[in-house]
Write a protein that binds this ligand. Structure first.
Ligand code: ACO
Length: 442
């Protein structure tokens, strides 16, 4: 029988090493025995952006990018999208199993009792400038929550972890809605716990003078679906931030603020906004070939296409493409959908995209739906952060419980100067123009 090991020959020394393989993986630490001399530090791997490095073992989310498969705790995303709702999915992501009726009721109750925020948070938010980006406000206020809940520092206490998880999932829609109302100069609306999780969020966003807000059930369900699809996505940039910052054993509010900050970036939570901008710029179907030409010439990227992990149709994009039409029944069609559909049709027949396995990702259709629902583009990443909180908290708790995890601290390959002695300022040589230019580049 074939051995589950990897044999490496170091051609510098002629020595051979046999490394165990577990889950199709070798341990990077096993490479350290590969040395040229006894005082050699030992072999490391160099993997900028961790493109081929597993940082943890996880039981939460499975992705098979080549086949376009996404599962939370083993359940296919398509089945959850069809049958579940966000709070139930959040329970699944956080706790590992689907709840029975009693547990689901209890979970809903436990999350809803945490939808209110301390009045000082309101004052804190009022301190932001009128044009503050809602994502920046979210980073600040989630970080500030750690000062309201000092008990959250007990990260090794199971009950404390559970409480902070419920608090964060409960409060995120409130903070997000307050940020939106602040940017519009509108008074904040307090939570209405008679409504569903997403119904209450819509109420806090859009309620005006009416005594009771009645969310449109189609839009409420569409937002809930978007929340299900965004609940977790294994070790992406923001989840990695959550785990990495959390590994210092800081409280989960501070770690979540870091995760939201990571999501704020245009390469992560901001791509759906870029898609809407691109489609608006194209303007009409007849101008698509012009854009495709530029993309193929390497002058620009087709936003909402391609993915680091998916080399097939992103299963979330497939679900959203269908959901868009249900939303348009209520809101009226977003004219950008025509352009998006034709763009997709042309791209998927073109060898440039086919040969590179570039398919629509989740952002290709989500922005069009958010826009049709009346959200300003600055809110798009906020709408991503709300449901991802369940994923972040679940990943964080898994990291805290994992005995193999330590403070995250990568190595580097040092390529700078060798040792040199300090030169007093009056004795330093005058730099050449080239040296000055290099210093300025930095
Ligand atoms: N348009 C045109 N060409 C593309 C695109 C694109 N959207 N994406 C990748 N390519 C090309 C690259 O130019 C490269 O071609 P080459 O081999 O001739 O050099 C090849 O496909 C491989 O691309 P990489 O950049 O190596 O792929 P990587 O995995 O690093 O990038 C990424 C993935 C960042 C998502 C990329 O596809 C991209 O920029 N897409 C557009 C932005 C986007 O939609 N981001 C949202 C991602 S989903 C999310 O974060 C929720």
């Amino acid at each position: 029988m074939a051995k589950n090991t990897l044999t490496i020959t170091d051609n510098r020394t002629g020595k051979q090493y046999e490394l165990p393989i577990e889950n199709d993986t070798i341990r990077a630490g096993d490479l350290r025995q590969i040395k040229v001399s006894a005082d050699d530090f030992g072999m490391m791997t160099y993997d900028p952006a961790f493109t081929n490095t597993a940082s943890c073992k996880s039981k939460i989310t499975f992705i098979d990018g080549d086949r376009g498969i996404l599962r939370y705790r083993g359940y296919p995303i398509e089945e959850l999208a069809e049958h579940s709702n966000y709070l139930e999915t959040a329970y699944l992501v956080v706790k590992g199993e689907l709840p029975d009726r009693k547990r689901l009721q209890m979970w809903e109750h436990n999350v809803k009792v945490h939808t209110m925020v301390h009045e000082n948070i309101k004052k804190f938010m009022e301190g932001f400038r009128y044009d503050a980006h809602p994502m920046g406000m979210l980073v600040g206020t989630i970080g500030a929550l750690s000062t309201f809940y000092p008990d959250a520092a007990n990260i090794h206490d199971l009950e404390s972890r559970r409480l902070q998880t419920r608090r964060l999932i409960g409060k995120l829609p409130t903070l997000a809605a307050f940020a939106y109302r602040q940017s519009r100069g509108l008074p904040y609306i307090y939570p209405d716990n008679d409504l569903s999780y997403t119904g209450n969020f819509l109420s806090m966003l859009f309620r005006m003078t009416e005594l009771k807000y009645k969310p449109n059930p189609v839009l409420e369900r569409a937002l809930d679906l978007l929340f299900i699809l965004h609940a977790d996505h294994e070790q992406n940039c923001s989840t990695n931030a959550m785990r990495s910052v959390g590994s210092s054993q800081v409280d989960p509010y501070s770690a979540t603020a870091a995760a939201v900050a990571a999501l704020y970036g245009p390469l992560h939570g901001g791509a759906n906004e870029a898609v809407v901008r691109m489609l608006t710029e194209i303007g009409s179907v007849d101008r698509i070939p012009e854009l495709i030409k530029k993309v193929k010439a390497g002058e620009r990227r087709l936003m909402g296409f391609g993915h680091r992990v998916y080399k097939n149709y992103d299963p979330r994009a497939k679900i959203l493409k269908k959901a868009a039409y249900e939303v348009f029944e209520v809101t009226g069609a977003n004219p950008l959908i025509e352009i998006a559909l034709e763009l997709e049709r042309i791209a998927l027949q073109d060898d440039y995209f086919v040969s590179r396995k570039l398919y629509p990702n989740v952002d290709f259709y989500s922005g069009i739906i958010y826009q049709a629902m009346g959200f300003p583009t600055a809110m798009f990443p906020v709408l991503f952060a709300i449901p991802r909180t369940s994923g972040w908290m679940s990943q964080w708790a898994e990291m805290v419980r994992d005995e193999e995890q330590k403070i995250a601290r990568p190595r580097q390959v040092y390529i700078g100067e060798g040792p040199r002695s300090y030169i007093p300022i009056e004795k330093r040589p005058v730099p050449t123009m080239r040296e000055e230019a290099v210093a300025e580049e930095i």
